[in-house]
Design a protein around this ligand. Structure first.
Ligand SMILES: Cc1cc2nc3c(=O)[nH]c(=O)nc-3n(C[C@H](O)[C@H](O)[C@H](O)COP(=O)(O)OP(=O)(O)OC[C@H]3O[C@@H](n4cnc5c(N)ncnc54)[C@H](O)[C@@H]3O)c2cc1C
Length: 376
């Protein structure tokens, strides 16, 4: 394992940072207006497309940096805006990776090129009403009728659900797992109302109903013989949540460090109080350890290590719990200033819990890690 970033990768990080900095300078990236969420993310996609960000993990090419650099790049975008990050990731690193890994040539031309070109937005509807796909078989079903597939089912929460041009809907056809690609205008696709969430102020999330939603046969990916494609999808989602946690920790730590050096009380900057300095020391240790863990997981996935799924679960548990702790400590240091809405630590603190709930939940991840340790 070599976690040094090459000059090319460092240049990519700088380009991504500059693109986000320019965008952040013009407006708030956490707009609470769901109508605006689609507009902001589309602009971010256009800016990020000028770097190789959208291609990381989705395009295999010697000129595109690998998965360790992908983690480093994810940290940068997430540190600017968790909402934009999640929206962009669901489109590229989840929808895009589904098409680039499982799609055929025509499907790649139709959906992958516009998504990676930053022109179209994707969404992924995997989990269903009050169920985690690790527990129950999916109820969303496609039925073949001549050359048309009619899909019926309900998805509870879909990021980009209201704004996406294409949605990858997980379900079954003839009792086998499959992914249906549904375009925005498809008959029978009914997005729900925008959902109000605890964190991610600028994110568009909604439910989705498919009422005999009609797609063509060529718009089906699969069917697959078993659930391994869905497990891979979960691993990618977990990687996204790991990368997101790094950005939350970075933004929280930087904000608390600056405040601790500049805010004075009792005649000295608060960093001079040992209790405050110790908090910063623990936050930096957690951030650094999480970064190393994230790179290790990326390296294992790149090397197609057969343990990479369970290693990703380990990293997800560690990094998402660390994000809650680091942003909580940052809030404590920022005190009154931090509690005010709009501060980086306050935003990260509200977002951090999501990382433990979504993807493979912390509880299910611990069960999987335990099973792997037992060789089950
Ligand atoms: C804001 C938001 C956006 C989302 N966006 C998307 C999206 O874009 N696409 C998508 O597909 N999904 C999305 N989701 C769904 C998300 O991934 C699920 O919420 C998540 O999988 C948890 O499912 P659940 O809420 O049904 O919890 P449940 O599965 O009902 O779990 C409830 C509790 O029981 C625990 N539990 C459940 N089963 C087990 C078990 N076997 N062993 C131990 N503990 C267990 C869980 O860990 C949890 O603590 C989103 C959710 C939210 C809140």
């Amino acid at each position: 394992m070599n976690f040094d970033f090459t000059q090319q990768e460092q240049k990519l990080f700088k380009d991504i940072n500059d693109a986000m900095l320019e965008m952040a300078g013009e407006r708030t990236l956490e707009e609470k207006d769901p109508g605006n969420a689609g507009k902001t993310v589309r602009e971010a996609l256009i800016r990020l497309e000028k770097t190789s960000y959208l291609k990381l993990g989705t395009v295999q090419d010697k000129d595109i940096p690998g998965l360790c650099a992908m983690m480093g790049a994810m940290e940068i975008v997430s540190s600017f805006s968790q909402s934009l990050y999640l929206s962009v990731e669901m489109s590229t690193r989840l929808f895009g990776r589904i098409i680039s890994t499982f799609g055929n040539k025509e499907q790649k031309n139709k959906w992958l090129s516009p998504v990676l070109g930053g022109k179209k937005l994707g969404a992924v509807a995997l989990s269903e009403k009050s169920m985690n796909i690790d527990n129950d078989p999916m109820a969303t079903t496609g039925v073949r009728e001549n050359a048309v597939i009619k899909i019926s089912g309900t998805k509870n929460y879909v990021i980009n659900g209201l704004t996406a041009d294409f949605t990858a809907v997980a379900g079954t056809i003839e009792s086998k797992p499959a992914i249906f690609i549904v375009e925005k205008e498809a008959t029978g696709l009914i997005p729900g109302k925008p959902l109000v969430t605890m964190g991610y102020d600028g994110l568009s999330v909604s439910g989705l109903t498919l009422d005999e939603c009609r797609i063509k046969e060529c718009d089906v990916i699969g069917p697959f013989e078993d659930n391994s494609a869905f497990n891979t999808l979960k691993m990618w989602e977990n990687q996204i949540l790991v990368g997101g946690s790094l950005g939350m920790m970075k933004a929280s730590f930087e904000s608390a460090k600056t405040y601790a050096k500049t805010h004075r009380t009792g005649g000295k900057p608060i960093i001079a109080y040992q209790e405050v300095a110790f908090k910063l020391a623990e936050m930096l240790t957690l951030l650094q350890t999480s970064q190393l863990f994230a790179y290790r997981v990326a390296w294992a996935a790149e090397a197609k290590n057969r343990e990479s799924e369970v290693l990703t679960c380990c990293a997800k548990v560690f990094c998402t719990e660390a994000a809650e702790r680091v942003s909580g400590s940052a809030l404590q240091i920022l005190s009154g200033e931090g509690y005010l809405s709009g501060n980086a630590a306050e935003r990260a603190y509200r977002c951090a819990k999501y990382g433990q709930i979504a993807g493979t939940s912390t509880e299910i991840a611990r069960v999987k890690i335990g099973n792997a340790a037992l060789g089950a």
